[in-house]
Design a protein around this ligand. Structure first.
Ligand code: CMP
Length: 139
């Protein structure tokens, strides 16, 4: 089923000029980038985005990392886009990520793991709505 998911190319990746290489993996996997914008996340945006993690010990570090440099926020569309993107991102911790995945190829460590992808279709809708208006998404 055609669906949409939300993606972030994180500061560790934009800093190393990896946006194009990551987009090539995304497009190579059959996912279409139907909206994309480069932004410098504010502290408030990062805190809202990662609110589910606010009791975790790494929350402060996570917010700091995500606001340390520009990110690229994206909407990806395709067959089973949420699960497909998680497959090609690889495990959260790059040490556990499978060969050929974005995190295996590019991530530095669990906190600087190059990309974020929604973990459910329901969350994808919420995350997309935080950064995009319907009219910004051209499928
Ligand atoms: P992401 O998919 O963006 O969702 C939450 C993020 O928290 C996750 O990717 C990691 O980058 C980060 N994270 C998860 N576990 C840790 C950890 N133990 N230390 C630092 N960051 C973490």
């Amino acid at each position: 089923m055609t669906e949409r998911t939300f993606s972030i190319i994180k500061p560790d990746a934009t800093r190393r000029n990896l946006t194009g290489k990551i987009n090539a993996v995304i497009e190579g996997a059959g996912l279409r980038i139907v909206a994309q914008r480069r932004i410098h996340m504010t502290e408030a945006q990062a805190k809202t985005f990662y609110e589910v993690h606010k009791e975790r010990p790494f929350y402060g570090e996570l917010v700091e990392t995500m606001t340390s440099a520009p990110v690229v926020v994206q909407v990806l569309e395709g067959d089973n886009a949420m699960a497909r993107y998680r497959e090609i991102m690889g495990a959260t911790n790059p040490e556990q990520a499978a060969d050929g995945t974005i995190r295996k190829l590019f991530a530095l460590n669990v906190g600087e793991n190059s990309v974020h992808g929604s973990d459910s279709v329901e969350n994808a809708k919420i995350e997309i709505a935080q950064f995009f208006k319907d009219a910004d998404i051209v499928g």
